[in-house]
Design a protein around this ligand. Structure first.
Ligand code: ADP
Ligand code: MN
Ligand code: MN
Ligand code: MN
Length: 337
């Protein structure tokens, strides 16, 4: 026998949508099929009609249980109609991939920042109920007093690698107890599958350490770093030439596009995109070379090579990667088609 952990996006509105999961024990050789859960307990269905259908979509080895056990990222549907739930954002990513992403060989690289918090809601890298020295020594920090919970970060990276996720790196961030990992390059749907599973593994491993891996956009008010999900993206044409790079950046700033994109870039833009910390104000759109104060940055090396990728610095840490990848795939894909 083996275990399949069914994982799905829930209906949490405050502070942001998260993951739920439950375990199915299966006989060897038997596939994990359609399953279900009580949507009235996840803010996803009324009590009198509460069944939600789970349909396996992405499967990978379960690195924590090991053996033949697997993790299963699922779609969620209303039983009678088989309509996707509003939180089943993967559907939009699949559509975008079919419309443009696959044909243009679109790649995404997501930088997932997160902040470890105590159960009482205090940053776990801060002294108990008190403040550490000001930001400066913590980013990519090494040594006691500079980083916190490195064991958890290492364990998470190993787990992602063993699950076969396209994790491409990790680093300590600007605020103590704040970290980042990167997923990519990966396709429009694949990047969301891999990032959601990486979030699941982080949440699960955090239980052992008694900390919460918060993806709030601004976990600590004041002069403390916010948390984003910088989204690096390219098409085959962008990786081979300059004109498509500029056409893509212009398309992202076309009338109506910044508002449409920000609506799908997660909660907390008013607190994080103030213009004071490493991104433009949310009401502004601009792109520029090496400009970490821009909405979209053209990395220095790409400006030199006259090809490569763009970095959208606006998505919040709690953004849904399926939604972000779908938006960019549709906007850039239509412009470069
Ligand atoms: P930063 O310098 O902004 O901190 P990172 O190194 O943290 O950047 O993350 C960059 C991400 O971009 C990585 O996930 C990397 O795999 C991804 N990436 C690199 N090249 C491309 C590309 N051509 N298209 C899309 N993503 C890319
Ligand atoms: Mn980074
Ligand atoms: Mn970062
Ligand atoms: Mn970045």
């Amino acid at each position: 026998m083996y275990r399949a952990e069914y994982i799905w996006i829930d209906g949490t509105e405050d502070p942001y949508p998260g993951l739920r999961s439950k375990t199915k024990v299966l006989e060897d050789g038997k596939e994990p099929g359609i399953w279900g859960y009580d949507g009235s307990s996840t803010n996803q269905a009324p009590g009198e009609n509460s069944d939600v259908v789970l349909k396996p979509q992405f499967v990978c080895p379960d690195p924590i249980r090991g053996g033949n056990d697997i993790l299963v990222m699922c779609d969620t549907y209303v039983p009678e109609t088989m309509e996707p739930l509003p939180t089943n954002t993967r559907v939009a990513a699949v559509k975008a991939a079919e419309a443009y992403g696959d044909a243009q060989d679109m790649w995404f690289g997501l930088e997932q920042e997160y902040t470890l918090m105590t159960e009482q809601g205090w940053p776990a890298g801060f002294p108990d109920g008190a403040f550490p020295g000001p930001q400066g020594p913590y980013y990519c920090g090494v040594g006691t007093g500079r980083v916190a919970f490195r064991d958890l970060v290492e364990e998470h990276t190993t787990a992602c690698m063993q699950a076969g996720l396209k994790i491409s790196g990790t680093n300590a961030e600007v605020m103590p107890g704040q970290w980042e990992f990167q997923i990519g390059p990966a396709g429009t749907v694949e990047v969301g599958d891999h990032l959601w599973i990486a979030r699941y593994l982080l949440d699960l491993l955090s239980e052992k350490y008694g900390v919460i891996a918060s993806i709030a956009a601004k976990p600590m008010k004041g002069d403390w770093n916010g948390a984003g999900m910088h989204t690096n993206f390219s098409t085959k044409a962008m990786r081979e030439g300059w004109d498509p790079m500029i056409a893509a950046a212009e398309a992202m700033g076309a009338p109506g596009k910044p508002e449409e994109h920000l609506a799908g870039y997660g909660l907390g833009k008013e607190d994080r995109l103030t213009g004071a910390h490493e991104t433009a104000h949310w009401s502004e759109f601009r792109y520029g070379t090496s400009d970490r104060g821009a909405s979209i940055r053209i990395p220095w090396q790409c400006a030199v090579d006259k090809m490569g990728y763009l970095e959208d610095r606006r998505p919040m840490a709690n953004a849904d990667p399926y939604t972000v990848a779908a938006l960019i795939t549709n906007t850039v894909g239509a412009a470069l088609a």
